[in-house]
Design a binder for this molecule. Structure first.
Ligand SMILES: [Zn+2]
Ligand SMILES: [Zn+2]
Length: 295
């Protein structure tokens, strides 16, 4: 779909001035993304001619950039991902589970993305597998599809993991056991184990000297300061969300597909561009309804 205003249009119009103003502050990968998006489906990337052998009608189709951050290319990739996930769904009830990192830990994750996001995936999935396998709860091996989100909708750093989990699983001898329709596992128990697994391994990473700290967090390199920084999150409850989605797993997958191949901002959220200012749509989940903001 061709939107009225696209990120590519804004980059082409305002990109050169932006690059000049931020010269030296843009990384090579940021510059590459900009030039890929600017060139996507233009003559710059070459193209091919599609012709009808009957009437002789010809159409020029320019090549796509396929960049991970390109709003045009990722729209198509998201549709392919969604179809593949829907084909995997079992004819059983499903649950939508969300594990969120508290703000104090999210800051640490921001500077240590690869290590801490990996830890988030492992701690969250191990929590689910352990509690589901516990005979006090379901006593089964469950399946999980997990997707990492690192931004909230207002484009703030807010790492959390969404999971699509079938309501039931397999016993050791391969029998299927269903959970109750509206209840998968106790969220307080999930939250407590998730907190313990995550914090223990985060401290292990710190002890091994693998975490790095910059700016206002630089003091956290000191082990005691680091432990003190984590005191409030060790005491508070880590919230885990687990509910049977009202509109079925398809609705959650559709929501996730918009994000798995998501770019910082999709073309459909752009409202106006006058060569100077961009207006875009965003949702503030603390308020209801959509808002718009000029930047
Ligand atoms: Zn592209
Ligand atoms: Zn999310």
């Amino acid at each position: 779909m061709r939107h009225t205003i696209e990120v590519a249009d804004i980059f082409r119009a305002a990109g050169p001035a932006y690059r000049a103003a931020h010269a030296g502050h843009l990384s090579l990968s940021q510059l590459k993304v900009m030039s890929a998006i600017e060139a996507c489906r233009t003559a710059a990337l070459g193209g091919h001619v599609e012709a009808c052998s009957d009437c002789g009608y010809q159409r020029i189709a320019y090549n796509s950039c396929r960049n991970r951050h390109c709003p045009r290319c990722q729209g198509a990739a998201a549709r392919t991902w969604l179809e593949a996930q829907e084909a995997n769904l079992l004819p059983v009830g499903y649950f939508h589970v969300v594990f969120t990192l508290p703000a104090q830990v999210a800051d640490i994750a921001f500077h240590n993305k690869a290590l801490v996001y990996d830890l988030l995936f492992k701690a969250a999935s191990e929590t689910m597998l352990t509690i589901a396998a516990d005979p006090k709860h379901l006593g089964v091996r469950i399946g999980i599809t997990a997707v990492l989100h690192t931004w909230g909708s207002a484009m703030t750093h807010h790492p959390h993991i969404h999971m699509i989990v079938p309501g039931g699983g397999l016993t050791q001898d391969g029998r299927w056991i269903s959970s109750r329709p509206a209840f998968l596992l106790p969220v307080r128990v999930l939250g407590a184990l998730f907190r313990r697994l995550f914090l223990t391994r985060l401290l292990d990473l710190h002890n091994a000297g693998k975490l790095v700290f910059f700016g206002t967090l630089v003091g956290l390199s000191d082990r005691r300061t680091f432990i003190r920084h984590l005191t409030p999150v060790r005491k508070k409850r880590w919230v885990v969300y687990a509910k049977a989605p009202f509109a079925g797993p398809e609705a959650v997958l559709a929501y996730l597909s918009r994000y798995t191949h998501r770019v910082a901002i999709s073309n459909s959220r752009l409202i106006a561009f006058d060569g100077n200012e961009v207006a875009f749509r965003y949702k503030n989940y603390r308020c209801s309804g959509a808002e718009r903001q000029q930047v």
